[in-house]
Design a protein around this ligand. Structure first.
Ligand code: SF4
Length: 295
């Protein structure tokens, strides 16, 4: 079921630039996500409802973005727009609706730089307009020096193991497909990389798995890897904590016990876990000669 909604604003501005993804703005054409990753907190009561089968399209997105970017450009408030921060911009229905594609044309018209986050090969359809954004966008002075181009493309992975991906990302494009898409874009000269977010405790966060994933990103033309841990919210049936624990109960009961112990009553793994993960990733990135930051 797809519902059309009207929005007053589609471009959200941060007070400060995000230090990981470098964006000043976020933009999401859709609400909800049909890729249905069961660790994803877009689903469930944190955002008020179960949205896997109830997608919303921002029907007036084009006119609202046009107005908002025109104003920002007039005031020379250039900054990177993160496209897909809350939901994938290349959902299956985008193939028919072409809403993301039209938004890209507006972004290019006003010369804003972009960081696209996706799991989908549909991004290849928009190669021509993406090349123009990459070449013509206006960046803040410091990013012009350090980044020097208008487009970053980030593919997200929680695992590169096919079996795990089918369990935890049942409706998303396969990791293999994402890597192949990344390679095609890298071969076309784009700056591509990977967000290993979230890595799954005791499943895809082991040194061996992390090393394999980082090496794979490098081999497929990626120039950076960002890694983040899992967060688990809620206790209702559609909440990611419930869904994640149910999946572990069914497929990896031994991991369920360890994960429950790791999280306790918190939505986040302990600080120690996050620190150790960051240290491990830094070492592995050094070993595989790939950056653990975008710039
Ligand atoms: S693709 Fe991203 S937004 Fe969509 S369900 Fe998966 S994690 Fe959530």
């Amino acid at each position: 079921m797809v519902e059309k909604i009207q929005v007053k604003s589609i471009l959200n501005r941060h007070k400060l630039r995000d230090t990981w993804f470098l964006e000043n703005y976020t933009l999401n054409p859709y609400l909800g996500c049909s890729f249905d990753c069961i660790y994803c907190y877009v689903h469930g009561s944190k955002y008020g409802e179960h949205v896997t089968n109830h997608l919303k399209v921002k029907a007036n997105a084009l006119e609202v973005l046009y107005r908002q970017l025109k104003n920002r450009a007039k005031n020379r408030e250039y900054g990177i727009i993160a496209l897909g921060s809350a939901t994938d911009p290349y959902l299956y229905l985008e193939e028919e609706l072409k809403l993301t594609q039209e938004l890209l044309r507006i972004i290019h018209r006003f010369h804003f730089p972009l960081n696209i986050m996706t799991k989908s090969r549909l991004i290849l359809r928009d190669m021509d307009i993406l090349k123009k954004i990459d070449k013509n966008a206006r960046l803040p002075d410091d990013l012009q020096r350090k980044l020097g181009r208008g487009l970053i493309i980030s593919f997200s992975f929680s695992t590169m193991n096919h079996k795990l991906a089918r369990i935890f990302e049942p409706a998303a494009p396969t990791p293999k497909e994402r890597l192949q898409t990344m390679k095609k874009l890298a071969d076309e000269g784009f700056k591509v990389g990977a967000c290993l977010m979230p890595v799954l405790p005791f499943l895809s966060d082991t040194p061996e798995q992390l090393s394999y994933m980082i090496q794979s990103v490098k081999e497929h033309g990626g120039s950076f890897v960002l890694v983040g841990g899992l967060t688990l919210f809620g206790d209702k049936p559609s909440d990611c904590r419930t869904r994640y624990y149910n999946a572990l109960r069914e497929h990896y009961p031994d991991v369920l016990t360890k994960t429950e112990k790791l999280f306790g009553n918190s939505s986040y793994p302990p600080h120690r876990y996050q620190h150790d993960l960051a240290v491990r990733v830094k070492e592995l990135c050094k070993e595989h000669r790939i950056k653990n930051t975008i710039i």
